[in-house]
Write a new protein. Structure first.
Length: 486
């Protein structure tokens, strides 16, 4: 599974884009609305690729890219934007972008091309990393590793081989296998090469001779590889005198992780599959008003989550237990003193030898101006929903029209509430993407839409989408008026 971070300051487009990209089953996509949020997510986990818009408030896409390259982050980076001026393309590529792709046109075509570019960039990066890792691991391996040609001449010897035998690398490459293994004369080597050509692998014990003439017993595994008609023998040699039982040296990974996360400045928790708080770092305890002693008495997700938000949080936990990584979700925790704490949670599946665990990164949020709109929401005669990547808020009329209680409507996406196809035969995901793009470009878009109610029935509405800002955050305001029932 390829993990992708999709950055765009149009939050309403993010969920549709994520669904498009994840449709093939080969990509797992996290989304965020700014370079700042992206950097926070990247502090918590790594991604195989980044897809980023160019024009964003604050740090634009190219400035974000330059920052990553400046700090040594080489994650494949694709600029995906509606701006197509030549100097922007040149600037992006000169700054280290892997590809530049322009938005617009048929959504199917542009997302098919984007998926292709992501796979291509990730494949290329993985090949580079694999080569670097292979070189480093071979050179730093504690086992002695040799490459030889079919005539028994050394082509390569790693650091352990040179150190153990007492030769410099340049000295060893002037020798043949019989110089370090007296049993391996020309006839014995020819027989081994023939055996390797047939079986591709062989293991045997022997004695190696150091530069100073001392000898030591070894166990050697030989492998045969052929490229462009030439054979290469890989030999892995272990000094039987100094080989130690590596299984006796173990690291308590779980305790090390606790030590590291305990020092993290941001709130972090580890939950068991039933919602029990297994571990909480100091920042999370401080945020929620609990002590380590209080944690020891038993604390559960339902103890710290606002009741209206608990079903969504339990669903996120359930999905994480299955290994799924949900996008960051807005929710609300409850402080020990009863006060409400709006937060953004990001989950990461964990595991130890006995349990399935879920790590939760917590980002405190400010209510901002959302409170000022609640009265207007509730009193409006139209259905109203405030949408980011998901429905953040909705009024009673919206719940009545769509047929869901508020605690179930919040946290869902418009697509989750829609049938697969609209009445004209267009896929809902394609139609919604086009409407969101239009609303963004012309500042408002009104259209007919079908929702699927909780009881399975269809309802036709007139939906108007309008981009709005609340503080520095961008939302899509969706007004819905009921039409004929389907």
């Amino acid at each position: 599974m390829i993990t992708v971070l999709f950055v765009d300051d149009e939050p309403a487009l993010l969920d549709v884009s994520r669904i498009y990209l994840e449709r093939s089953g080969e990509l797992k996509v996290d989304t965020c609305c700014s370079a700042g949020e992206a950097l926070e997510l990247m502090n918590e986990r790594s991604y195989d690729a980044i897809v980023c818009d160019y024009e964003m408030p604050g740090m634009d896409g190219i400035a974000f890219l330059r920052h990553l390259r400046l700090v040594g982050d080489t994650t494949p980076f694709i600029i995906f934007t509606g701006r197509g001026r030549e100097h922007v393309v040149i600037d992006a590529l000169n700054s280290g972008a892997d590809f530049y792709l322009q938005k617009g046109g048929d959504p199917r075509s542009q997302f098919t091309e984007l998926i292709h570019k992501i796979k291509q960039a990730v494949k290329r990066k993985k090949a580079e990393i694999s080569l670097q890792i292979t070189r480093y691991s071979v050179e730093r391996a504690t086992e002695q590793i040799f490459w030889l040609d079919t005539r028994g001449r050394f082509i390569y010897a790693n650091e352990a081989a040179c150190t153990t035998l007492g030769y410099g690398s340049d000295e060893l490459l002037l020798l043949t296998v019989s110089d370090i293994d007296r049993k391996m004369n020309r006839e014995a080597w020819s027989l081994l090469v023939e055996e390797l050509r047939q079986k591709r692998e062989s293991m045997r014990s022997s004695t190696h001779t150091r530069k100073d003439g001392t000898e030591f017993p070894v166990e050697i595994t030989f492998n045969y590889f052929e490229s462009q008609g030439k054979g290469v023998i890989f030999a892995y040699s272990r000094d039987m005198h100094t080989w130690a039982e590596s299984r006796g040296v173990s690291v308590e990974i779980r305790e090390r992780c606790r030590e590291i996360t305990g020092l993290m400045p941001g709130p972090f928790m580890i939950l068991t599959s039933d919602g029990r708080v297994e571990f909480s770092n100091r920042a999370a305890l401080s945020l929620l008003g609990y002590s380590e002693e209080g944690l020891a008495t038993g604390l559960y997700l339902q103890d710290i989550t606002e009741p209206a938000e608990l079903p969504m949080m339990m669903e996120i936990l359930s999905r994480a237990v299955k290994g799924e990584i949900a996008p960051p979700a807005p929710t609300a925790f409850i402080h020990k003193n009863g006060s409400r704490l709006p937060v953004l949670v990001s989950v990461l599946p964990q595991s130890d030898s006995q349990n399935v665990l879920v790590g939760i990164f917590i980002t405190p949020q400010k209510e901002g101006r959302l409170d000022r709109y609640r009265i207007l929401f509730e009193e409006s005669l139209e259905g109203m929903m405030l949408v980011s990547d998901r429905i953040v808020e909705c009024n009673r009329e919206a719940c009545e029209i769509i047929g869901y209680p508020k605690d179930e409507l919040r946290g869902r996406t418009i697509l989750h509430l829609s049938p697969p196809y609209q009445p004209d035969g267009t896929e809902s995901s394609i139609a919604l993407f086009e409407h969101l793009q239009s609303a963004t470009s012309v500042n408002s878009q009104s259209f007919a839409w079908h929702f699927r109610r909780r009881d399975g029935s269809l309802c036709r509405v007139r939906m108007t989408l309008k981009p709005i800002y609340i503080g520095e955050r961008k939302f899509m305001l969706a007004n819905i008026m009921p039409g004929e029932k389907g």
